[in-house]
Ligand binder design. Structure first.
Ligand SMILES: Cc1ncc(COP(=O)(O)O)c(C=O)c1O
Length: 366
């Protein structure tokens, strides 16, 4: 089976030896701290490291503005716990991250949506939605290398979004697991740097280091951090002291930076391989995004094809993807779309998988 379905980093690139060294070092030098309970806010040196490293992107928050979470998925869950009651409206682009739909819906969120285009969320359509449907509690945005769409929100749209949020006094949630996995062009200023007073930023080591460590973080105004800390106390007291210290050790020793350089190179080659293979092997009438970073692209096939039905044919040919409808909060779109991951297979398997999907599409069009 060749799977383009998950959002998994390439396991053969995990910095195993460096993490092993960090484990030995911590158990030898700081075992009483590494294996003990710790504060809900998170390991202070790691919070300081994150504050410093985000300053390079223009984010001017201090360690006090950072809460370490058990993956950024927990950040989404805590936002649900603190901000969402049954029927609370959330505004998001569509398609949107499936895990956010799941986390927020569990607390009863309703979704208001605006469509995406090749530059991400169509921010100029937000006000019309607000006028028609009322004010949402949160604006949930994926500005960099969107999951699932692969799009990036240009600076102009980020500024426009901030303007709208300020005008209507709305809180923005900026979910950014992929921001440092950029393969071309320049970084774009994060929304939280433009509107630190009203943005809740979510980051994670899952895509840049290893998801098994389960270390993410929330950056927000202190009043919001305090409410999230209370919610987190009830959930898990704190995230693993040991893996926070491992992440901190690996980051402080410069290994994270070197590792990100390496995965950027490998993933950008895999992205190019997938784009070339799509051009070569897929029938006319299909199109796809060309992501500047991240792990995914979004492909659209002729409208006659439903990608949920196509999945049976694809699985018979031993290739998998995620059908587009899963990323629509109201399940009312994406029927002829699919999300393809390019980080988790070597180039030969990417070419072969895209070829098999091309065959499935051609058969479906007969
Ligand atoms: C947009 C987005 N947010 C959050 C997450 C959750 O990541 P984690 O909990 O591993 O940090 C993911 C994982 O794929 C994601 O794509």
């Amino acid at each position: 089976m060749i799977s383009f379905a998950g959002g998994l980093p390439a396991p053969e690139l995990f910095p195993v030896r460096e993490i092993e060294e960090a484990c030995h070092y911590l158990l030898r030098e700081e075992p009483k701290k590494a294996l003990q309970y710790s504060t809900t806010e998170g390991y202070h040196p790691l919070r300081e490291f994150l504050a410093d490293s985000m300053a390079k992107y223009g984010i001017q928050h201090a360690a006090e503005n950072i809460l370490i979470t058990t993956g950024s998925q927990q950040g989404l869950d805590l936002l649900g716990k603190v901000f969402i009651d049954p029927r609370t409206p959330i505004l998001t682009g569509e398609p949107t991250y499936l895990g956010a739909i799941q986390a927020l819906r569990a607390y009863g969120a309703d979704f208001m949506t605006v469509p995406l285009d090749e530059d991400g969320m169509q921010v100029d359509r937000i006000e019309a939605v607000l006028e028609k449907e009322g004010m949402p509690r949160l604006l949930y945005v994926l500005p960099n290398f969107h999951n699932p769409a692969g799009t990036t929100l240009p600076e102009e749209r980020r500024r426009q979004l901030v303007k709208i949020a300020r005008k209507h006094d709305l809180i923005i949630v900026e979910d950014d697991p992929y921001g440092s996995l950029r393969y071309e062009e320049e970084d774009i200023i994060p929304i939280t740097a433009l509107a630190p007073e009203r943005t809740i930023y979510l980051g994670t080591f899952s895509k840049t280091l290893a998801p098994g460590l389960r270390i993410g973080w929330v950056v927000a105004p202190v009043e919001i951090i305090q409410r999230l800390v209370q919610a987190k106390q009830g959930a898990d007291l704190h995230s693993s002291t040991f893996t926070q210290m491992i992440a901190n050790d690996v980051a402080q020793r410069g290994i994270l930076k070197a590792h990100i350089r390496q995965i950027r190179k490998v993933y950008s080659e895999r992205r190019d391989t997938m784009l070339d293979a799509l051009t070569e092997c897929w029938p006319n009438g299909c199109c796809w995004t060309r992501p500047q970073g991240g792990l995914f692209l979004w492909a659209q096939v002729p409208e006659a094809i439903n990608t949920v039905d196509l999945m049976k044919v694809a699985l018979a040919k031993k290739v998998a993807y995620v059908p587009g409808v899963n990323f629509y909060p109201k399940a009312d779109g994406g029927f002829n779309a699919m999300r393809l991951n390019f980080s988790n297979a070597i180039p030969e398997r990417i070419v072969e998988g895209v070829r098999r999907l091309g065959e499935a599409l051609k058969e479906a069009l007969l």
